[in-house]
Design a protein around this ligand. Sequence first.
Ligand SMILES: O=C(O)C(=O)C[C@H](O)[C@H](O)COP(=O)(O)O
Length: 206
Amino acid sequence: MTDSLLDRVPVIPVVVLHDLDHAVPVARALVEGGVPVIELTLRTPVALDAIEAIATHVPEILVGAGTIVAPAQAKDALSAGAQFLVSPGTTETLAAAMQDTGLPHLPGAATVSEVLRLLELGYSEMKFFPAEASGGADFLKSIGSPLPHARFCPTGGITASSAASYLSLPNVGCVGGSWLTPADALLDHDWDRIVRIATEATYLPS
Ligand SMILES: O=C(O)C(=O)C[C@H](O)[C@H](O)COP(=O)(O)O
């Protein structure tokens, strides 16, 4: 398997989990649908426990932590069993904390200067957030010529129908989004629906 987080699957499901009991079934549904990656956002009180539960009970999925916005969260995520980290934006202390974990990670950037800063720090793969609000696929297409060494996982406002326009760009490795795990599907325990959405995502261009 490649070391690159961007080249593993075309989509990274970004999950906001409110109920710890949903963690293992949602991870299993994604695996069954052919998407063996999950990013739990550290925005809810159960997120770290959910990472631990998934790491323990669904070893076939790559489980990561998103919404890393404070340096201490990087270590907390590592301790919980996270295998990768994602931040919506980047400061030097945040980047250093993520590096200290030794885990693969995607620091966030939304402007040309932020991308340049991450390239200076040695990153060639990053998250582009908030993708739709920051110029979408047109923005990434425009910066592809001057900054060909930067590759992105755009996230934020992406849907099943807009994902392909990003994935067709040479500087996009994968896209992230919460559309794979709709809040109502989680509430209804409709794991079959998540299997179906994940299966559809495997037909996206990679
Ligand atoms: O939590 C983070 O680390 C973020 O940066 C935000 C998430 O990536 C988006 O909330 C997912 O975007 P949606 O697919 O529009 O829901």
